[in-house]
Design a protein around this ligand. Structure first.
Ligand code: KIV
Length: 284
C-alpha cells in the first residue's frame, strides 16, 4: 500500500529542492489518471466554475458543489496530497464561516489543506482557520475571485514597490499560520524571492520556475482547454483534437450501423431466442 503524501513530504521536497508537481482537476476519472501519473498534489480548483460549468469567471460555484467534486477526487486519488479551493463567499463573511466551511472539506472530502484567495485584509481569517487545525494555502498574486473589483487581470509584482508589498504580505501570512502558498500570475523574479524567504512550500501558477512546485489545470495540460486558457498555460497533449476525432468516429459508426456490433451487445442465453419466437407466434 502506498503511503499518502503529507505536508511533511512537501516540506521535505522544498528543503531538498525536488519540484512539487500539482494539477488542478475536478472529477474522479481525471483524478485517477493524475494519480497514475504520480503527481504529488491535486487541487480541486474553483476554476471548475469555468471549465466544468461554463461560467466566464470563478464566482458562481457553490460550496456544496465543490465539496461533492472534491470528495470524488479523493476517492480517485487516495494517496495524493489533496487541496480544496474555498469558493467565493465561503470565507469572506466571517472567520467563523471560514472555519465551518473549510472544515467541511476535511470531514466530507478528506482534504489535507484548504486554499483561500487572500490579501493582507485576511490575516485574521488565516489565523483563525489555522488555529482550528485546518492547514491553509494562501493564494496570492492574481486573485481570480477579485475580478469584479479588478476589472481585468495583469501580471502582479512587476514593479519594485508592488513586489515589496507582496513579499511583506507573504511574510505576514506565514506569521498568521499559512502552511503553503499558491502564487498566481506574478513576475517570476518576485515569486522566486518569496519562495526563497518562505519556510512553507510555494506553488507557482504562471509565476515562473523559481518556486517549490508548479500547478496547471488539467484541461490545459491535456490540450482540452477552451478560449479561457491563460497565457502562461501550456498544453502537454492534444486531447482536444483527439477527442473530437473520437466523437466523430463514434458518430460515423452509429450512422453507418457499424456500432454497436455483436461484441458490444448482450445476448440471450442459448435456445432462448427460438423459444421467444414460438411464444410470440402462439400469442398472435
Ligand atoms: O481554481 C484553480 O484551478 C486554481 C488554479 C488556477 C491554481 O486556483
Amino acid at each position: 500500500m502506498n503511503a499518502r503524501i503529507t505536508i511533511v513530504d512537501l516540506l521535505n521536497a522544498k528543503q531538498q529542492r525536488r519540484p512539487i508537481v500539482a494539477v488542478s482537476c475536478y472529477d474522479y476519472t481525471t483524478a485517477r489518471l493524475v494519480a497514475q501519473a504520480q503527481a504529488d498534489m491535486i487541487l480541486v480548483g474553483d476554476s471548475a466554475a469555468q471549465l466544468v460549468l461554463g461560467h466566464d469567471c470563478t464566482l458562481p460555484v457553490s460550496l456544496d458543489f465543490m465539496v461533492t467534486i472534491t470528495a470524488a477526487v479523493r476517492r480517485a486519488a487516495p494517496d495524493l496530497f489533496l487541496v480544496a479551493d474555498m469558493p467565493f463567499l465561503s470565507y469572506q463573511t466571517s472567520a467563523a464561516d471560514a472555519i465551518r466551511n473549510a472544515g467541511r472539506f476535511l470531514t466530507e472530502a478528506g482534504v489535507q489543506m484548504v486554499k483561500f484567495e487572500v490579501t493582507n485584509a485576511y490575516l485574521d481569517t488565516i489565523r483563525a482557520v489555522s488555529n482550528a487545525g485546518i492547514p491553509v494555502m494562501a493564494h496570492i498574486g492574481i486573485l481570480p475571485q477579485w475580478i469584479t473589483t479588478m476589472g481585468r487581470f495583469r501580471a502582479e509584482g512587476t514593479t519594485a514597490e508592488a513586489a515589496m508589498e507582496l513579499v511583506r504580505t507573504a511574510e505576514q501570512m506565514v506569521r498568521a499560520g499559512a502552511a503553503a502558498f499558491l502564487i498566481e500570475g506574478t513576475a517570476a523574479e518576485v515569486a522566486q524571492v518569496i519562495t526563497e524567504r518562505s519556510p512553507v512550500p510555494v506553488i507557482s501558477c504562471g509565476s515562473g520556475p523559481g518556486c517549490d512546485g508548479q500547478i496547471l489545470v488539467a484541461p490545459d495540460i491535456l490540450g482540452l482547454a477552451t478560449e479561457q486558457s491563460p497565457r502562461f498555460a501550456k498544453a502537454f497533449g492534444d486531447l482536444g483534437i483527439r477527442s473530437i476525432e473520437a466523437f466523430r468516429a463514434y458518430g460515423e459508426a452509429v450512422r453507418t450501423r457499424h456500432f454497436p456490433d455483436s461484441d458490444h451487445s448482450y445476448h440471450m442465453k442459448a435456445g432462448q431466442l427460438q423459444k421467444l419466437e414460438e411464444m410470440l407466434r402462439e400469442n398472435r
